[in-house]
Design a binder for this molecule. Sequence first.
Ligand SMILES: Nc1ncnc2c1ncn2[C@@H]1O[C@H](COP(=O)(O)OP(=O)(O)OP(=O)(O)O)[C@@H](O)[C@H]1O
Ligand SMILES: Cc1ncc(CO)c(N)n1
Length: 270
Amino acid sequence: MTYVPCALTIAGTDPSGGAGIQADLKTFQELKTYGMSVITSVVAQNTTGVQDINHLSVAFIEQQLESVFSDMPVHALKTGMIANEAMMRAVAARLASVDAAYVMDPVMVATSGDSLIDEEARQFLKKELLPLTTIVTPNLPETEFITGRKIETTEDMKDAAAFIVDELHAGAALIKGGHLQGEAVDFLYDGHQIHMYSEERIPTKNTHGTGCTYSAAITANLSKGLPLHEAVRQAKRFVTAAIRSSFDIGSGNGPTNHWASRTKEEQRSE
Ligand SMILES: Nc1ncnc2c1ncn2[C@@H]1O[C@H](COP(=O)(O)OP(=O)(O)OP(=O)(O)O)[C@@H](O)[C@H]1O
Ligand SMILES: Cc1ncc(CO)c(N)n1
């Protein structure tokens, strides 16, 4: 039987297609993995912000998890928006018995600035979910929350990555510098060494869903069995290409373009 890499996302939705579950599934598909999704909250949002949120019940989230795990292989999974502590407890209980790479995108606020999870969920994420991760991928505000430190320089980013692994027991930490000035530089600490991923900053406001797309690409690459550093390296290339050819659609922060990383040959043969 051929091996099909299977990737799962546990997250909220974006009907405008740029972030959340929709961005994750598009990314899984582009990276030639079999994509699956468990929805935590249905979010009415678009490029301008979040208009409303409808949370699914904990029992229904548990049922979705059971439907997937009782029947399907999962080689890697990611979590995105998990709005409250009760939902997080249900996910944590399932993760404890799952043997798959776990990528946590510690989603707290949308690109627009709208809050997506409550205060108790933030605390639970830091104390209970972090130690279960293969890798956590915070942006700068999320890193400041998780570490309780101000992050202003690349040195601060490297120190934060080490702190999150050594003191808070994440498997690895990728600190994303999308919110800094200058080069778009990210640092990975895997418990042994620091890796740096740096790309030219693209002058665009169209960054809706970049964090979702990046963590989904890492998840897809891990489901294929790539080592962590290589999974992140290829994902950084993918998200940079997606930002470079992002869409100027909608009147706010436009979405990334998930098919941008296809080679010319691949695009021609379609
Ligand atoms: N303008 C840009 N040009 C190039 N790379 C960028 C730009 N903005 C962000 N990135 C890169 O995109 C990736 C996602 O980082 P970012 O810090 O924006 O995530 P995020 O804040 O979690 O995203 P989101 O807006 O979805 O919440 C990182 O690799 C970051 O370095
Ligand atoms: C559902 C969801 N998850 C994550 C983000 C962060 O971009 C968002 N805007 N929406």
